[in-house]
Design a protein around this ligand. Structure first.
Ligand code: MN
Ligand code: MN
Length: 466
């Protein structure tokens, strides 16, 4: 189209690569993403994520005393609240960024270990929305803790070191899948078949033991012996364990041009990492009070003590108020606060473009994405951001030349999704969703864009410093 046909008043989102084109900026951006890839590769559970964030914040001077200017606290190792005081009183509100540290995965059941057809397997119950077939026939790792009845806690991480074994769920060979391929996806892949292969070697036969390898559950017995020798845990200990099966291996750059990052858990650890770095790197003499919240349980509806529907966040603010500004009522802080619900959205999928309404779809490479509303079936379940607040944020990013875009999750009535935004909105504060778009969301290998990662970091920093 000739240029003169475009109105000067027209809007098009800028491709972020055209904004971040300076060599030095690109070097900074890639070095940021190198660190992000390391983070993503080492933090695969909410506990690992919270421990990482708490450690980094403490290295940046955050203390566990709510009377201090920089304060961090955690709940059950699964949720985190951090606050950096500015020069303004708390009665004028807090700039809050809230992300979630939990991701879809396969959890061990309470009675996980079984033996079928000579294989010891662990039965799982999936956590969050996932496409079951994506977890078959690929290397898996086991992360979590085993809490024993004497109070000791055994940390578990198997499948990530180069000499570690990995785990797997088998899949049916195509030769024998003729019936399966005619079924619906829902029928073809059952939750009860997501069983993790733990071993195939029967228990060694002792002298005088007639049955040996032929005794029932001999492979399971051998695995239990191994677990006892190596971790000093018994089968009963699994009843109360938190063991999560996640994709094994590291995150990586994707594409010949290294323009994308692929890895497990980017929903929502991409926002956890960029917001954490923003809070650590921001101007320390800023006016605004800045908070970071990392919640758990978002992928299963935000219920639970460590989820966004709990009182945890309010209790933390109350502690800070009591220590620093006891005359200010908590509700005044809530009402005066501004929040970014930092979560990912769906990017336009090149092979499934008709799942999106292209004018309003987010695209990878166009900067962090604002979502004014989410929900489904007529914005149901969405808190929807107010026009004035969204406009104010546009202004903050535009003045700093930070690329951003606006989008919604998919075509009207094609599904939908929610975030923690409505839990923040419940306190009366201004809130909007803001985070990078992903491809293959909720899969074992989610894709994000290098420029969007950097843009989210810059946007969160600008929001804190505004
Ligand atoms: Mn999310
Ligand atoms: Mn999600």
């Amino acid at each position: 189209m000739p240029k003169e046909q475009t109105s000067a008043a027209a809007y098009t989102a800028k491709n972020a690569w055209t904004v971040y084109k300076d060599e030095a900026v690109r070097a900074t951006m890639h070095s940021f993403c190198d660190d992000y890839i390391d983070f993503l590769s080492s933090c695969k559970t909410e506990r690992e994520t919270i421990a990482y964030c708490e450690r980094v914040l403490k290295e940046h001077g955050f203390s566990s005393n709510p009377a201090d200017r920089a304060y961090v606290t955690t709940l059950r190792g699964k949720a985190l609240f951090a606050l950096r005081r500015g020069s303004r009183p708390l009665s004028q509100g807090v700039h809050i960024i809230a992300a979630h540290g939990d991701c879809p995965r396969l959890d061990f059941k309470q009675h996980p270990i079984v033996e079928q057809a000579g294989f010891a397997q662990a039965k799982t119950h999936y956590y969050g929305g996932l496409r079951k077939y994506q977890w078959l026939a690929r290397p898996l790792a086991l992360h979590g803790i085993i809490a024993k009845d004497d109070g000791t806690v055994v940390p578990v991480c198997i499948g990530e070191q180069p000499d570690d074994p990995v785990f797997a769920i088998e899949d049916l060979l195509p030769h024998l899948a003729q019936k399966q391929v005619t079924q619906t996806v829902k029928e073809a892949f059952e939750g009860e078949k997501l069983n993790i292969i733990l071993g195939n070697r029967p228990k060694e036969q002792k002298d005088g033991d007639e049955e040996g390898g032929s005794c029932p559950e001999s492979v399971k017995s051998a695995i239990l012996d191994l677990l006892f020798e190596r971790y000093n845990v018994r089968e009963e200990d699994f009843i109360s364990a938190e063991l999560q099966v996640v994709p094994a291996g590291r995150a990586a750059y994707v594409g010949l041009d290294r323009s994308l990052v692929g890895g497990y858990g980017q929903d929502d650890r991409i926002c956890v990492y960029t917001a954490l770095r923003a809070l650590c790197d921001m101007d320390k003499d800023q006016d605004a009070n800045c908070a970071l919240i990392i919640w758990d349980k978002e992928e299963i509806g935000s219920d639970g003590a460590t989820g966004a529907s709990s009182r945890f966040f309010s209790y933390c603010l109350e502690d800070v108020l009591q220590a620093q500004e006891p005359a200010t009522p908590l509700r005044h802080v809530h009402l005066a606060s501004k929040a970014l619900s930092a979560d990912v959205t769906a990017g336009l999928d090149p092979d499934y473009q008709d799942a999106h309404e292209k004018t309003n779809a987010a695209a990878l490479g166009f900067g962090t994405c604002f979502e004014k509303y989410g929900g489904s079936g007529g914005k149901y379940g969405s808190s929807e951001a107010h026009a004035e607040f969204f406009a104010e944020l546009r202004g903050i990013l535009n003045r700093r030349s930070i690329p951003w875009q606006a989008g919604e999750l998919g075509r009207v009535d094609h599904g939908g999704g929610g975030t923690v935004a409505l839990f923040l909105a419940a306190w009366g504060m201004n809130v909007i969703d803001c985070g990078p778009a992903l491809l293959s969301m909720h899969s074992p290998f989610e894709l994000s864009s290098v420029v969007d990662i950097y843009s989210a970091y810059m946007a969160y920093k600008a929001f804190y410093e505004a």
